[in-house]
Design a protein around this ligand. Sequence first.
Ligand code: VG1
Ligand code: CO
Length: 543
Amino acid sequence: MNRMTLPATPFDGQRPGTSGLRKKVQVFQQPGYLEQFVQALFDVVGDARGKTLVLGGDGRYYNRVAIQTILRMAAAHGYARVLVGQDGIVSTPAMSAIIRRRGASGGIVLSASHNPGGAQGDFGIKYNVANGGPAPEAFTEAVYARTRELRQIHTIDSADLPLHALGTYRLLDTTVDIIDPVADYAAVQRGLFDFDAIRALFARGFRLRLDTMWAVGGPYAKALLEDELGAPPGTVVHAEPREDFGGLHPDPNPVNASELIAFMQSADAVDMAAATDGDADRNMIVGRNFVVSPSDSLAVLAAHATRIPGYARGLAGVARSMPTSTAVDRVARALGITCFETPTGWKFFGNLLDAGKVTLCGEESYGTGSDHIREKDGLWAVLFWLNLIAVTGESVESLVRGLWRAHGRCVYSRHDYEGIATERAEALMRELRAALPGLPGTHLAGEPVAIADDFAYTDPTDGSVTQHQGVRIILQSGSRVVLRLSGTGTEGATLRVYLERHEPDPARHDLPVQQALAPLAALAEQVARIRHWTGMEAPSVMT
Ligand code: VG1
Ligand code: CO
């Protein structure tokens, strides 16, 4: 086994987005592409002597190849130990749990999360730091800068390691442990929830269907729900991780999980359904004939948190990403705790969680989590809902309706316009930003505009400033429209338009959502000329 130094190939565009570097598989398959990014990452990490790295991914196409490459480079870089999930599997929340419990200095997750997989699909790589959370922006920017200047790749000339069985190997001075990817994660969940209550719930005949979308969530959900909590076999569907996610789009929303939604509207519907995404950090919660909006889910969890053992002492505070609805703000006000508003992406929650300022946090994009780890956590949310149902005896729907009764309903929808030519999407945002100063005071959708700005965030713990995080147009009543470009796509640009309107009147809580939001959608069209710039008559996806 020898060290080797290879010439580096600089590639353009290795700047991580909202959550890591995501590209088409073919881009990652170019000789030297993955190596360039990983070398830049290791260069920024610096001295690895005595340190432990965790390595794994969501099982998508190219996962195993990438793991072998990274193992050789980690050995050349001098890590003391690398922990690799068996079969190359580690979900995003499990990565966070493993880093924290094993005292690792960081971890690499190979995933493009909710993006489609397979040879024609997407691949991705992201780095989590020692607190278990996504690397902060200053770090990812340093990696990007390094990708443009480094000239040498360091690796070794060893053969592939078998990943299918637990075991310990040696690569130069590095110990490689193939570990059970579920154990640390499961231990964390056991410490939070009343497993006896959930077990009793299933024993009483409560029926759940969890769709893990042929992605990495399957092994975790089967181990906890079916093997440990007594849910009947078959509760978890699409459970074996597949390299192409069975051709499904592993993004749990009512459009991609339409089969699950139809099932929950049928006569055979079970008591609760849920779905998780490619790397198992997202969750969608569904009741009988009732889809829960992610923003409402976060608010319900916050409102009832003290009924869960892990949160019985109360919440320090909560946080949501800026485009997420203000439902959780209203709960926080009632609880007398602070609600922080951060830019999109989980990395912005890390400092708040580390500082003990917030306990729960979430995003409108089906992400919810807490201070138990530093990533969003799909199965955690499912367990939280199950625990809540077990101790309250209420249904999914009645818990959400209780929220609406107490705080009014934040009627909410996200409209995505996908596959726009990048220059045109950027031109739309430019024109929109230029128009902002003239908007306050004018009337839009029949109301005065109170605020029109481009969201900027100052981290309250380290003072770092992040700008241009999305245009918000907030009307006097609090109704608002937010527009931003996605930072996770791999083809052209995606425009996200977020619409929110607060409805205090219970008699109007069941009006069709899109109808209730039509004036705000018209406002978005009026200020941003979406049809003109995108050439699209309607959004590609509405959630
Ligand atoms: C999207 C979501 C964002 C989420 C991110 C990563 O980002 O909007 O809320 O944090 O995906 O989720 P963007 O920039 O495309 O809007 V995951 O589960 O794909 O890592
Ligand atoms: Co994800």
